[in-house]
Write a protein that binds this ligand. Structure first.
Ligand code: ATP
Ligand code: MG
Length: 380
């Protein structure tokens, strides 16, 4: 029978449903715990041995010698006597042998057995107590670690929010003066100076966008992403995003297209946030598509569901890494070459915004062929 186990006391097969071993009479659970602590070791008890309390007490002869109740040679005699008995087919236990040889009184034998059983019982209780204590200690440790992690997470969110606000203030001054300078408000600029001003302005704009993203992200991680839902025409939103990306696309020699239906596509969304999502997806599509590639934004309406998809013929994403790209600060080339710019916050925020609208972002991608990022919204 496959479900049989061995008795930890006598080593013979017992059914796991039995509380006591049918061969040696030991409480199987108690014996298992004692065996685990090396208090007892399995030993084969010959069949036919009467089931007496003594079977529960290992090495009883040694205990009696330790207590000065018998001498080692008495034990040897008893063992020899026990062996003789076994050969007659009527095995007896060592205690019984000592008794029959008159080497110990019944009272002393019972006393030794009782004391040993009580000791073993005590050992079991202690072991249980130690176990309970250990479990309590580990639970408390884990609880502490969890509290610390939650606290750290909160600190991180607060830190990002605070630092972003702090960065925004000096940037406003820089932006203000850059605009004045660029418009020759503080005197005419040479063409080299004007060019330098353009570079500075672009860098300032990037920094500004990054700070905005960080603020949005930290607000979202603190669960403060609130939506301002309004009826919006998606097609014009997509056209604006496409127009804003044209320059980037042509400078990278990428064909940029919008595949939009004739009919208008009305949805109820937070306009600013969904526009930001589309820009992020477009930004990624253009960033991860090599020269000569294609990027398109498609919108379709079917059975009351409007679907927006941003597609590219770029480098693609390995299937097993698709979940990763939505992790904050996670970039697939992050720790290798850093060929592509960015912080790895874009998609983390995209997902939060899309999920806040009660829908999901779906990614399909083939490495070397391209990617498709898609989300659906109910039409109104
Ligand atoms: N269209 C895509 N094709 C291939 N890989 C992509 C595409 N979009 C995203 N990824 C991968 O997912 C990662 C995370 O994208 P995400 O937009 O979150 O960050 P990022 O673009 O690197 O930085 P950020 O958007 O914060 O400027 C990218 O670094 C890239 O490895
Ligand atoms: Mg991005």
């Amino acid at each position: 029978m496959g479900s049989e186990i061995s008795c930890p006391r006598c080593g013979r097969k017992v059914h796991p449903k039995n509380r006591y071993c049918e061969h040696c009479g030991v409480d199987i659970a108690v014996a298992a715990v004692l065996a685990e602590q090396d208090v007892i070791t399995p030993e084969i008890i010959p069949t036919g041995v009467p089931i007496a309390p003594e079977v529960l007490v290992p090495r009883i002869g040694d205990t009696m010698i330790e207590q000065g109740l018998i001498r080692p040679e008495d034990l040897q005699r008893a063992l020899a006597y026990q062996k003789d008995h076994s050969s007659t087919g009527k095995p007896i236990l060592v205690g019984q042998a000592l008794l029959e040889l008159g080497l110990i009184s019944r009272e002393d034998l019972d006393q030794v057995i009782t004391t040993r059983i009580l000791n073993l019982h005590q050992a079991l209780n202690n072991a249980n107590q130690r176990l309970t204590q250990r479990v309590e200690e580990r639970t408390a440790e884990l609880q502490k670690a969890l509290e610390r992690l939650t606290e750290l997470n909160k600190l991180k969110s607060n830190f990002i929010a605070n630092i972003s606000h702090e960065l925004r203030t000096p940037l406003t001054h820089i932006k203000g003066y850059l605009d004045i300078l660029a418009d020759s408000g503080l005197g005419p600029l040479t063409s080299a100076q004007a060019e330098a001003m353009e570079v500075m302005k672009r860098a300032e704009e990037r920094l500004e966008r990054l700070i905005e993203d960080l603020i949005q992200f930290s607000l979202a991680s603190r669960g403060e992403l609130s939506l301002d839902l309004q009826e919006v025409e998606l097609k014009s939103m997509i056209r604006i995003a496409i127009d804003r990306s044209r320059h980037k696309a042509s400078s990278q020699e990428i064909a940029l297209a919008a595949n939009l239906p004739e009919a208008s596509l009305s949805v109820k969304v937070d306009e600013e946030k969904i526009a930001w999502v589309i820009m992020q997806l477009l930004d990624n599509a253009l960033k991860f598509t090599p020269k000569g590639g294609k990027v398109a934004v498609q919108a379709t309406s079917e059975d009351g569901i409007v679907t927006v998809a941003v597609m590219d013929s770029g480098i693609g994403i390995p299937k097993e890494q698709i979940a990763e790209i939505f992790e904050p600060f996670h970039q697939l080339d992050g720790n290798t070459t850093r060929r592509y710019s960015g912080t790895g916050l874009g998609l983390a925020m995209v997902r939060r915004i899309i999920e806040a609208h009660g829908t999901q972002i779906v990614v399909r991608s083939v490495v070397g062929r391209g990617s498709r990022f898609e989300f659906s919204l109910p039409a109104i």
